[in-house]
Ligand binder design. Structure first.
Ligand SMILES: CC(C)(COP(=O)([O-])OP(=O)([O-])OC[C@H]1O[C@@H](n2cnc3c(N)ncnc32)[C@H](O)[C@@H]1OP(=O)([O-])[O-])[C@@H](O)C(=O)NCCC(=O)NCCSC(=O)C[C@@](C)(O)CC(=O)[O-]
Length: 302
């Protein structure tokens, strides 16, 4: 199978990457991180999450971040919105895109957003209608598409069912997420081929956490079956608070190094992403979780 000549990389570090950090990160650090990523050339950055601050305290600065980042024309700044309260906050914050986020497993849906899959779709219905009325782009995200920390196996048909429901709500793009990083290439290809029967493949994305070190292989395998949109997290930051032990998304630096090596265009400057990864890692007081990021940074030191 041929690989795509160009892929879209959605940078989720400022949200998925930081949401799990225990120490409160000042808004100005989050703002500088987003601005650095804007300068690196991303056309889509997930910068905020309008959820309960009791559930995810780190995202309580989302309104300030969205207000003070330097917006570049043509760049989509996204925010998670699980319900109408979140959507109203996202409209006030002038989000370019809102993300409704469900799960392919009942157990994770309950743990993450405190409702069943069916209830979440009903909650999302109002959010989707309001987003469309306000001409805001709508993305859907499906957690645990390759396995659930609570129920284990997740059938591809379960993922396809949620894709169908999100399609009916009018999603412009749908993320197939490996929340706990358990996916491996053959399984990933099977799930991607199954869900591509429910939704245009060019608007499906792969969101891979790297807990078992499989994310880059899974990205390659996804490209082989036609996926050309991927999420990643600068410095390999992150993990979902409701998936114990889940590490961060695959690092953006590793993904860009892979794409550059394959001659696949991303429009993003790897060196600037390495700078951003080193910036946030220094603030957090720990090394980046990125092989390519750390190797490039070390090489600079000579
Ligand atoms: C979804 C809820 C709010 C439902 O929580 P709930 O308890 O069912 O909602 P509620 O309506 O009963 O409200 C409870 C409290 O939350 C407040 N509230 C209610 N909604 C909002 C809101 N939008 N923004 C701010 N506050 C809100 C509401 O005002 C109330 O405040 P109180 O009266 O107790 O002071 C809750 O379960 C929640 O916030 N969960 C957090 C989910 C989350 O952020 N998870 C991590 C992101 S998802 C993820 O990382 C996975 C992903 C996307 O990356 C893909 C992958 O890898 O899998």
């Amino acid at each position: 199978m041929t690989l795509p000549s160009k892929v879209k990389i959605v940078e989720v570090g400022p949200r998925d990457g930081l949401q799990n950090e225990k120490e409160t990160i000042p808004a100005e650090v989050k703002i500088e991180l987003v601005d650095r990523l804007t300068d690196a050339g991303f056309i889509n950055i997930e910068a905020a999450s309008f959820v309960s601050p009791k559930w995810v305290p780190q995202m309580a600065t989302s309104a300030e971040v969205m207000d003070k980042i330097r917006r570049k024309p043509g760049v989509i700044y996204s925010a998670l919105t699980p319900n109408m309260k979140g959507l109203e906050a996202a409209i006030a914050a002038k989000a370019d895109e809102v993300v409704i986020f469900g799960a392919a497993s009942e157990a994770f849906s309950q743990k993450n957003i405190n409702c069943s899959i069916a209830e979440s779709i009903e909650r999302f219905r109002d959010v989707a209608q309001a987003a469309k009325q306000h001409h805001i782009r709508l993305r859907g995200s499906i957690s645990c598409s390759f396995g659930c920390p609570y129920q284990g196996e997740v059938p591809a048909d379960s993922v396809a069912d949620v894709v169908r429901r999100l399609r009916e709500l009018g999603c412009d793009e749908i993320d197939i997420a490996d929340t706990i990083g358990v996916g491996t290439p053959k399984k990933v290809q099977a799930v991607m081929e199954r869900v591509a029967r429910e939704f245009p493949i060019e608007r499906l994305s792969g969101h891979f956490h790297d807990t078992y070190g499989q994310a880059s292989a899974n990205i390659y395998a996804s490209m082989e079956v036609g996926i050309a949109i991927f999420h990643s997290s600068v410095a390999g930051l992150g993990g979902c608070p409701y998936a114990k032990g889940a590490t961060g998304n695959v690092s953006t630096e590793d993904v860009l190094y892979l794409m550059n090596g394959l001659g696949i265009d991303t429009g993003i400057e790897l060196d600037k992403v390495v700078d951003a990864g080193q910036f946030i890692s220094q603030h957090l007081g720990r090394k980046a979780v990125s092989r390519a990021g750390n190797a490039i940074a070390a090489k600079r030191l000579g």
